[in-house]
Write a protein that binds this ligand. Sequence first.
Ligand SMILES: Cc1cc2nc3c(=O)[nH]c(=O)nc-3n(C[C@H](O)[C@H](O)[C@H](O)COP(=O)(O)O)c2cc1C
Length: 234
Amino acid sequence: MKIAMIHGQNHMGSTYHIARLLADKLAEKEEIREFFLPRDLPHVCLGCYQCIEDDAKCPYYQEKQAIATAMEGAELLIFTTPNYCMGPTAQMKALLDLLFTFWMTHRPRAWMFGKKAVVISTTAGMGAGRAIRGVKSSLVNWGIPYIKSYGTGVQAKNWAGVKAEKKAKIEKDMEKLARKLGRVGRPRVGLKTRFIFAMMANMHRAGWDSSPVERQYWEARGWLGKARPWKRQG
Ligand SMILES: Cc1cc2nc3c(=O)[nH]c(=O)nc-3n(C[C@H](O)[C@H](O)[C@H](O)COP(=O)(O)O)c2cc1C
């Protein structure tokens, strides 16, 4: 299974190791493409709105495109972030901001509707769920129909500090999650995604776009009519 991993940190701590446990059960090493933030995208959104007119006009387009291309070519996307002050890391948030044209509000990518994703977070005490939610809301709005998450308190600053019993529990959990993910082929697009898509189609029909480019994008794909990105055309 081809996997794209987006790490919301440069270092290989608990969050990284848990994600690798999962990925290594699902894919050969050569099938796994990893990105580390901020190493592979050392930028934050400038709020220039150039991307709304044309994604290639973003000053950081090339670095973003490398990540987007890897995501497009993968069957499974794995996002990792430790809990930093009850949310995802700033660099993970920066990536999500820089990809905001992927939202169904703007110009969702048709290929997103066929992806599976997992969001993994660790925390010393509490808050892994909050970090996960900070990532998951973008993935839902990008149109990813199948999203699993795994958050856990490790009571440690790094992987070496995680107790052996905790590591054994994590290993079991990853085996279970890998089995689940291995059983799912192309995911079914559920009611929630269909509902958001229909609402956004209505919005673009009504011309409530951030730019006329958005309506043109939806119209060209037939999404203002009956065509849907998860349905085969023709
Ligand atoms: C900047 C920063 C903020 C953190 N904020 C919290 C927090 O709000 N609550 C908490 O329980 N742990 C917090 N932690 C601890 C980490 O979430 C925890 O050690 C995590 O397992 C680290 O994952 P890693 O080994 O992948 O880096 C914070 C750590 C850092 C460096």
